[in-house]
Every structure is written in C-alpha cells, then in structure tokens.
Design a protein. Sequence first.
Length: 155
Amino acid sequence: MWDNEKSLKLSLFITRVFWVALILFTIFAYPFFKWYVTGYIIDTRNFVVTLLTVSAYFAIPPAAVTLVCLNKLLVNISKKFTFEQENIKLLRIISWCCFYITAEGIILSIIYAPHISFSFIIITIAAFFVGLIVRVVKNVFVSAIEIKEENDLTI
C-alpha cells in the first residue's frame, strides 16, 4: 500500500536524481546546446549557443539552492517537523528562486527576442507559476503555524 513515508522517500529520491542531472547539465551544457541548436533550430551561429549556455549557467545557482531547500524541507517533514518556521523560510527561498528564473527569462526574452523560441517563454511562465504555487503553500504553512501556536496556548 502506498503511504506518506513511501511518498517522502520517492520525493527525496527524485530530488537527488535532479542533483545528478544538474551536475551533468553543468558539465555538458555547452555541447548539449550546440547539439540542440544545430539539430533542432537549424542555426549554426555560435551566438545562440552561447546565449543559451550563459543563460543556463545563470540559472544553475538558483536551481542548486532550490534543490538544497527542497531536500531539507523533505527531510524535516520526514522527521515530523512539518509546521515549523524553518520550513516557511525554505519555501520562501524556493519561491524566490523561481521568481529569479522568471526575471531572467523575461530579461532574456526582451534582450534576445529574435533568437528565443516559444518554449523558452513557456518555461519562464512555468517558473512564475511554480513560484506562485510555492508562495501559496508557504502562506498555508504560516496559517497552520499560527493555528498550532494558538492551540498550544489553549488549556
């Protein structure tokens, strides 16, 4: 039977898989974009490859911070430390990382509009939407902590 503990373990496993993927992407970003641009965009200019690689490298630090926070959040929840101030801080950091990616996407879309594909804009919108969802979950955690603290004071 599927339960909460198995779900947490799966989430932790997937987070660690994303760590491996991020490390590999960091190493192979330039060759990947060179293959992608020449194979799918049919644009042999190095400018586009460089643009995509540089923008990806600007996105790697917030992605790493997000994975660290997500891992810590899942570990806290697995230890039954769910409605705690630290988790609110972690959710806030994750949402700001998503908004950072959104801002980067908007800036790059404006600066390099002729060279950016529609999928890049979709990724930017998705990052904003995920940031918004995480922000809402953070606000739910804040309310839950307030209720928990109020109940702790009730005799």
